[in-house]
Ligand binder design. Structure first.
Ligand SMILES: Nc1ncnc2c1ncn2[C@@H]1O[C@H](COP(=O)(O)OP(=O)(O)OP(=O)(O)O)[C@@H](O)[C@H]1O
Length: 259
């Protein structure tokens, strides 16, 4: 096992909802520190793929393998549910489009960050509080509001809080589902800058699903374009966006398609 081995290996992933295909025969590798963007119109299979890859939904076919810190590469759906949950808590993060899906709305901002540390065994209250303060500062939130409930924050601030909650445990892999959609354009731009800065400086690998080509242009090193559940094109982000080869990607890039 070397540092150059992929962190995540996805092979032949297919998921069906009854007779409806969500995604079909998707394979890719993700290396440490690499950001992979997944784009496509509504219904193209992005969310299905993200859920299957991130341990949230067992695919109908295919494999997801992850290189752990301690015991080498593991089959994500071959391990016990408890072990998978532990992996998701300790080494992975998931940033949802709707911050409410990723936050606990009935506990304070500080507790939202701190409880993730407690979930991985941290017991020192002073340390937990200090880490929460540090992370709220890193996502540029007002420390004076550490005891406020998430619901009292704006949508953009809730997303920042969700990011702090995810990153406090120093995950090596973070999945993001439309992290900036639904926010005002100026709020989106600041949030994207923040995500890019944190992901880059911490060297976190990411899979980012979005319908917004501006998001992948800014965040991702590599890009996969999906249509009808299949990957129709993939490559370096700039290459795919500047010189798209597949007719669907060409339409997407020229903004003819409503994505
Ligand atoms: N729970 C479900 N039951 C049945 N079919 C589903 C279900 N979820 C998704 N699908 C179907 O699977 C296909 C892929 O959907 P998916 O939500 O993964 O696409 P998407 O690209 O994420 O779309 P969006 O951007 O609108 O979320 C679509 O045809 C969709 O109708």
């Amino acid at each position: 096992m070397s540092a150059r081995d992929p962190l995540l290996q996805v092979r032949g992933l297919t998921h069906r909802y009854g007779r409806q295909v969500g995604c079909r025969d998707v394979s890719f590798d993700l290396h440490p520190g690499e950001v992979l963007g997944i784009v496509g119109e509504s219904g193209s299979g992005k969310t299905t793929l993200l859920k299957c890859v991130s341990g949230q939904m067992q695919p109908s076919e295919g494999e997801v393998a992850y290189r752990t810190r301690d015991i080498g590469t593991v089959d994500v759906y071959g391990m016990t549910e408890a072990r998978r949950r532990m992996l998701m808590r300790t080494d992975w993060g998931i940033v949802y489009q709707n911050a409410r899906d990723g936050l606990r709305m009935k506990v304070s901002a500080g507790a939202n960050v701190g409880e993730r540390l407690m979930a991985i065994g941290e017991r020192n209250y002073g340390h937990i509080r200090n880490e929460a303060v540090d992370w709220l500062e890193r996502v540029e939130m007002d420390i004076g509001r550490i005891d406020d409930l998430p619901g009292t924050f704006s949508g953009g601030m809730q997303q920042r809080l969700q990011i702090a909650r995810n990153l406090v445990t120093k995950p090596r892999l973070v999945f993001m589902d439309e992290p900036t959609s639904g926010l005002d354009v100026s709020v989106q731009a600041r949030l994207l800058d923040l995500i890019r800065g944190l992901v880059g400086s911490l060297g976190i690998a990411c899979v980012v699903v979005t319908h917004d080509l501006g998001v992948v242009r800014l965040l991702s090193h590599r890009l996969m374009v999906m249509k009808g559940g299949r990957v129709v094109e993939q490559g370096l982000t700039d290459q795919v966006l500047d010189d798209p080869q597949h007719p669907y990607t060409q339409l997407l890039v020229s903004s003819i398609l409503p994505v």
